[in-house]
Design a protein around this ligand. Structure first.
Ligand code: RTP
Ligand code: MG
Length: 226
């Protein structure tokens, strides 16, 4: 595959792939057999998607993946629920935070602003129900608008937690959202799902399937080899 706008002789090769005239991105640095295996697996799955598309139900959250028969469902791209808490919205940090996820290369598939009901907040933080900070946490999260988002991409759940940083902002590394933008545990600006099961639960809690878009960025070829 030749990337659009790139001549075969230009320098878009992996660091160890210096053969002149090669047009393929040699990344990740795996043996050629392994790279080919991944490529053919991707192509086979894409062909299956096209084959099954006409006879599958419409209107699911992610038709491109979610409508596949269960045997192919492991293909579904990973999604995480991310929320900018009321302090982040009040402080005008929405653009800054959205930009960090966009620049990383993840895909935004859901976005809305709402002031959560107590019921929603209590379900969302239900795992902390018995903790002493629970009541204050629910008061805080229902105190104003929250920007709720779903981001998609390989490894997005763990990666988003890294982008977000440690729960206590003073312990969060500089360069992370909490490390750069917050100082207090009760005003730590952003939430991110901490595991695949939590992500699935939280996405279903905050969004209806119709509120999520399945789309392919025009520059996808520049984001991931495939
Ligand atoms: P989040 O769920 O909001 O993304 O935060 P997290 O995973 O980093 O931390 P978690 O343990 O799930 O705690 C949820 C939120 O509760 C507040 N908290 N306060 N005062 C305290 O000791 C305390 N501990 C937790 C924080 O706002 C935390 O983000
Ligand atoms: Mg948490």
């Amino acid at each position: 595959m030749t990337l659009p706008g790139v001549q075969a002789s230009e320098g878009l090769r992996g660091p160890s792939q210096g053969k002149p005239g090669r047009s393929r991105l040699a990344w990740p640095p795996l043996p050629r057999g392994a790279r080919n295996w991944f490529r053919w697996r991707f192509r086979a799955m894409r062909a299956l998607r096209l084959l099954f598309a006409p006879c599958l139900p419409k209107g699911r959250a992610a038709p491109e993946h979610g409508n596949l028969p269960f045997v192919f469902s492991s293909m579904a791209a990973e999604r995480s629920f991310i929320a900018i808490k009321p302090d982040g919205v009040q402080r005008g940090l929405v653009g800054e935070i959205l930009g960090r996820f966009e620049r990383k290369g993840f895909k935004l598939v859901g976005l809305k602003q709402l002031t959560p009901s107590r019921e929603l907040a209590e379900s969302h933080y239900g795992v902390h129900r018995e903790r002493p900070f629970f009541a204050g946490l629910v008061d805080f999260i229902t105190s104003g608008p929250v920007v709720a988002m779903v981001w998609e991409g390989d490894g997005v759940i763990a990666s988003a937690r890294k982008l977000i940083g440690a729960t206590k902002p003073l312990e969060a590394e500089p360069g992370t959202i909490r490390g750069d933008l917050a100082i207090n545990i009760g005003r730590n600006v952003i939430h991110g799902s901490d595991a695949p099961e939590t992500a699935e639960f939280e996405i279903g809690l905050w969004f209806t399937p119709a509120e999520l878009s399945d789309w392919t960025p025009a520059d996808q070829v520049w984001r991931a080899e495939g």
